[in-house]
Ligand binder design. Sequence first.
Ligand SMILES: [Zn+2]
Length: 78
Amino acid sequence: MTRLSGDEIRHGRVWTGFDYDLQVWVVGGVIQCCGHPETMRLGGKPCCNAYRLAGQRIVDFFHDPDNKSTENLRLVKK
Ligand SMILES: [Zn+2]
């Protein structure tokens, strides 16, 4: 994994690197799982955004620049 300076940007999003809007690592446009231990997901709740969004394509997420809360992210309907 490279530092921010080596991030690849496509479609205005981080394609490979760390997406600060979503707070997730992205590789080839796909959100990576966080790698947190199972003990952080007691009760079946996602431990963080990365776990919840893992496997989704970064381009499927619309991000409202006026609202920094990740809770307000919407999956773009195709
Ligand atoms: Zn996690």
